[in-house]
Design a binder for this molecule. Structure first.
Ligand code: G3P
Ligand code: MG
Length: 345
């Protein structure tokens, strides 16, 4: 069937459902594809008995690079072309903070080199500070990290005694926990966001500097035997240390799965992508979600009214999860998409 919409032609019949797929532990492990991932994506791309294209998007709590870079990296690993507009990374919905902080100095934590500065700028944040910019200004802030020449080249040369930092945004896993715990803790205790100053007890209570995290996961799955510590572990460490040091509980906002803000973002993205590729809008589209982490992928999908599928290729291994049971448990992503197809066709 060829459907003509305006000047565009689409070769697949409209599809009334769609699927959001987690990345780590479902499609890849470390830098390697999970064996069934390619066939599963090809199945969704139309290699099924009905030759039907099923719109899919990828929804991950990972990040640390732009959506375009991640799409390139995944296409290479999976051997299937992934479009950047199919991707919700942990930090993607944080673009919604741009209107408030467009021209404010913000401290962005996470990732390597200046990748997260590039990501933040791509969203429209114009003034992005990285921890290494601060070390370049005053190395004794965290005297145990020595900046290489290359690190220095990537820094912004600022006099932080005159720089008011107005928000902290954790975009990705910290690659230097000591440095980042110290700097965030310093900043939250500072007077009005000026480093090397100290707020009054009353100001400390108010916590004038908002703090945002992009990924609540405590653990994640790569090619190691035991789960790896994720950004949520860094947050717990910060909370605990800050409480010990100041007696105060830090206040923060969360993005990423299982937060509703992220599901709303991913839902719209899938709908826009489906419209872009099929010319078909389906406001009441049924959405399936596949993941390996019950606490984020399944909890989030269930709460948002999506049909959840838990796979056994990542963190989860058992029959079903006691607290966040999935609608279906599959051995892998291929079984998951086949089950969905069977439900719908
Ligand atoms: O650090 C990334 C990890 O927490 C989760 O990635 O793709 O399983 O959501 P993903
Ligand atoms: Mg996962």
């Amino acid at each position: 069937i060829n459907v003509a919409i305006g000047h565009r032609y689409y070769s697949s019949p409209p599809c009334h459902y769609g699927i959001c797929i987690d990345i780590d532990g479902v499609l890849i492990k470390g830098k390697k594809a999970i064996p069934e991932a390619k066939s599963a994506l090809q199945f969704l791309g139309g290699e099924n008995k009905l030759k039907k294209k099923i719109p899919y998007a990828l929804l991950t709590n990972g990040g640390g690079m732009t959506e375009s870079k991640k799409a390139e990296e995944l296409s290479e690993i999976l051997g299937v072309a992934i479009n950047p507009s199919q991707l919700t990374l942990a930090h993607s919905p944080m673009c919604q903070l741009v209107p408030k902080f467009k021209d404010s100095e913000i401290l962005v934590i996470g990732g390597s080199g200046d990748n997260c500065r590039i990501v933040a700028k791509s969203y429209g944040f114009n003034r992005v500070v990285l921890p290494n910019d601060i070390l370049a200004w005053k190395p004794s802030i965290w005297p145990f990290t020595k900046l290489s020449e290359n690190d220095l080249k990537l820094t912004r040369k600022l006099d932080f005694s005159n720089v008011k930092i107005e928000a902290v945004m954790v975009f990705h896993d910290s690659h230097d926990w000591g440095r980042d715990l110290q700097i965030v803790s310093d900043l939250l205790q500072s007077k009005d966001g000026y480093l090397e100053t100290l707020a009054s007890p009353q100001e400390l209570l108010k916590q004038n500097i908002p703090l945002f995290f992009s990924n609540p996961d405590i653990i994640w799955s790569n090619d190691c035997l035991l789960p790896r510590l994720a950004q949520g572990s860094f947050r717990l460490s910060l909370e605990h240390l800050y409480k010990k040091i100041t007696g105060l509980q830090i206040k923060y906002s969360l993005f990423g799965k299982p937060e509703e803000v992220t599901y709303k973002f991913a839902h719209k993205l899938l709908e826009d992508y489906s419209f872009e590729t099929s010319g078909h809008h389906s406001p009441n589209r049924k959405i399936y979600a596949v993941g390996d982490n019950p606490d984020s992928d399944i909890a989030g999908a269930n709460a948002f009214g999506w049909t959840s599928i838990l796979v056994r290729t990542g963190l989860f291994k058992g029959d079903n999860h006691h607290l966040h049971p999935a609608k279906y448990v599959a051995d892998n992503i291929l079984q998951a998409v086949e089950w969905m197809f069977h439900q719908e066709e």
